[in-house]
Design a protein around this ligand. Structure first.
Ligand code: ATP
Ligand code: MG
Length: 441
């Protein structure tokens, strides 16, 4: 259970400098948009949750500009780094950071570190780029990241050495759960040296698996792009007798993309996700019956589903387990099942993963990326550190990194999203126990 203390955000010191943002001059006069430091966003969202509390109800610090800031803009030297896998919107975030820092705070020294955390270690010899508004013009029209990225552990002491050498006192890390664990170690090293360097994260997770941040940027673009594969597979399946469309989507531990893409098209007959164990021996006869009755079927799987059927095949450079390929396994099992039953199957398999990660953000995600970047800049200028930006109840909030990496956001097997998927597909809540019923059908 999340407690009030879990939501306390670390700060480098009190804000003693008047923010240069000033007020916005409109025809109704000057309006100011500073966050009231006493304001908080409640964590609990039902009366029952609140009633179950005994102590102080937990609440998030809201994001947004502060009247008093910690860093004097003229002394700020910013570093930006992107780490982990690609996700739509990385360039929007980079551009948003640069424009907010320069246009509103007047910060002029912004460095882009190349190739993830590797670029933050001097001995690797990666070049460092000066980021300017002109230099980031139009980058948001392209997928990928202009800074490059990498996996693999780096020594936080070497990273902080390099930050100090370059005089960086604000570091923005755009990355996933691993990157935020890395950022946590960098802040610990900074604290051990008693330095005033702010580390603020913009969480990147195409799978939407980081908790407490609302929905992650790029997620909407990703599942929107995934619907193209589902439509293609559906058309293929309907075009021939015994047609089966099988689409494998991203989602190592969390099946959000599979669920949302399936709901967006509302054509899938089955959605298989990591959070809900798949009984393949129960699923196969169920699928055969569906094909017999309806002439075709459409199956959407998240890549992390059904791992219990596959061999573990080591780890990547960052220590993440490499997953077995469940889609390929399921394709073979389906083909074998129909062949053994003497039934016709025309299976088309589509795995669009790299097509999805590398596309530019859609307009919704572009807006979201920009606003996350603005919130990250406000937080860092106010001296917040060891935190990421996100949304909670439609408000931008600050989330301590230890909380953001403490658990994983997953589709709840008893939650309303999964219920929607079951309703939309008509698949049973479990295939276990369907073996005999379908065998005699
Ligand atoms: P995604 O999984 O969405 O692609 P990620 O940020 O989780 O993004 P990783 O490759 O796991 O991607 O990590 C990115 C960087 O963070 C790598 O350089 C990795 O070595 C580093 N990192 C990962 N886990 C840790 C950790 N526990 N401590 C320090 N650094 C870490
Ligand atoms: Mg990760």
């Amino acid at each position: 259970m999340v407690e009030a203390t879990d939501l306390r955000v670390r700060t480098l010191g009190a804000g003693r400098i008047r923010s240069p943002l000033g007020g916005l001059v409109t025809r109704h006069g000057t309006t100011e948009h500073y966050v009231d430091e006493a304001d908080r966003v409640l964590f609990d969202d039902t009366l029952a949750m609140l009633a179950a509390r005994t102590g102080e109800p937990p609440s998030f610090e809201p994001g947004g500009p502060r009247r008093q800031i910690f860093f004097h803009p003229s002394t700020v030297r910013v570093g930006i780094v992107t780490c982990g896998g690609l996700c739509p919107g990385l360039n929007d975030v980079i551009r948003g950071l640069v424009l907010e820092l320069t246009s509103h705070y007047g910060v002029t020294r912004i460095l882009g570190f190349r190739n993830g955390y590797r670029g933050l270690v001097a001995r690797h010899g990666h070049d460092v780029v000066e980021l300017t508004p002109a230099g980031v013009e139009h980058i948001n029209e392209h997928g990928g990241t202009i800074l490059g990225t990498s996996r693999g552990n780096q020594d936080p002491a070497e990273i902080v050495d390099h930050l100090e050498q370059r005089g960086v006192n604000v570091l923005f890390v755009i990355g996933g759960d691993g990157s935020m664990r890395g950022a946590q170690r960098i802040t610990a090293e900074i604290a051990a040296r008693d330095r005033r360097i702010a580390v603020v994260g913009v969480p990147k997770t195409i799978d939407n698996d980081i908790p407490f941040i609302g929905q992650s940027f790029g997620f909407q673009t990703a599942f929107g792009k995934a619907t193209e594969s589902i439509r293609a597979a559906h058309n293929e399946a309907r075009a021939q007798p015994g047609g089966i469309g099988l689409v494998q989507l991203m989602g190592r531990h969390s099946g959000f993309i599979a669920c949302y893409a399936a709901l967006a098209t509302n054509d899938a007959d089955y959605v298989l996700i990591p959070e809900v164990p798949v009984d393949v021996d129960g699923f196969l006869p169920h699928l055969r019956r569906r094909v017999r009755e309806r002439g075709h079927a459409l199956v959407v799987v998240a890549e992390g589903a059904g791992q219990e059927y596959l061999e573990q095949i080591g780890s990547d450079a960052s220590g993440n387990k490499r997953l077995g390929d469940f889609g390929v396994y399921l394709r073979r099992r389906i083909v074998d099942e129909f062949a053994a039953a003497g039934e016709e199957a025309n299976l088309k398999y589509i795995d669009p993963s790299y097509l999805i990660r590398s596309v530019p953000a859609n307009p919704y995600d572009s807006v979201y990326c920009l606003r996350l970047a603005q919130a990250a800049v406000h937080a860092a200028m106010a001296g917040r550190t060891d935190m990421v930006v996100g949304t909670w109840r439609n408000r931008f909030v600050h989330i301590p990194i230890p909380l953001a990496v403490s658990t994983r956001n997953q589709v709840a097997a008893d939650g309303d999203l999964w219920m929607s998927v079951l309703e939309a597909t008509g698949q049973p809540a479990s295939f276990a126990g369907t073996h005999r019923a379908t065998a005699v059908a």
